[in-house]
Design a protein around this ligand. Structure first.
Ligand SMILES: C[S@@+](CC[C@H](N)C(=O)[O-])C[C@H]1O[C@@H](n2cnc3c(N)ncnc32)[C@H](O)[C@@H]1O
Length: 199
């Protein structure tokens, strides 16, 4: 799979990835990571965890990956076709404030995305999804209906999904992603949090 560090990109195979992961207690994968601030935060606050941020937009990843800690890695990939090198590795997956084809894939039960999520996760892995009202409105859904739809899609794909938690602007301010901060101080600070466990 293709990885990025600053302006340099290269490829890492399964063996090289296994070496990088050796000694860490968990692999956390953040899909649609944007500028990668969330990955950096998790990696620096949990040195025993390895964190991979994935985004389709390589320019998003250049700045943060340049000074990434040793336990963080940034991958350029489409979430609808996740790299096979990640199969069976993740104990935690986050999808924070998806938009575009990532959000559409969750709403439409897109096979590539949902199969990929099952493939990259270990048994009993945690999957956390944060959704915002503005992105769902652009996709033609209310926050409540869109969240409910994604809850159903995840359940149909073998994840036990808890009831949604409705996030307040205060919750968003405390969430260490760039988009959460932007939403918290923006015009539509409504969001939802779904916590799931892979069955
Ligand atoms: C609103 S931003 C959120 C970024 C970050 N998670 C945060 O909370 O700050 C949505 C991100 O999803 C990424 N994205 C959208 N569709 C994608 C896809 N199919 N595969 C990978 N990334 C995707 C976009 O490039 C963008 O960086």
């Amino acid at each position: 799979m293709e990885i990025v560090r600053g302006k340099q990109t290269s490829f890492i195979n399964s063996f090289e990835l296994a070496e990088r992961l050796n000694g860490y207690t968990n692999l956390h994968i953040d899909i649609g990571t944007g500028d990668g601030r969330f990955v950096e935060h998790i990696a620096r606050s949990n040195p025993k965890i390895f964190v991979i941020g994935i985004d389709a937009c390589r320019e998003n990843l250049q700045k943060i990956s340049h000074h990434a800690p040793d336990n963080a890695l940034f991958v350029i990939a489409n979430a609808l076709a996740l790299p096979a090198e990640l199969n069976g590795l993740a104990g935690t997956v986050t999808i924070n404030f998806p938009w575009g084809s990532l959000l559409g894939g969750l709403l439409d039960n897109e096979t590539g995305l949902l199969t990929g999520l099952r493939k990259i996760t270990r048994a009993k892995a945690a999957l956390e999804v944060r959704l915002n009202g503005g992105a769902l409105a652009e996709a033609g859904w209310s926050l409540e209906e869109g969240t409910c739809c994604i809850q159903d899609v995840l359940a149909q794909n073998g994840f036990a999904v808890r009831s949604p938690v409705w996030l307040t602007p205060h919750d968003l301010r405390a969430c260490p992603t760039s988009w959460a901060k932007r939403l918290a101080f923006g015009r539509d600070p409504r969001a939802a949090y779904l916590k799931c466990i892979k069955l």
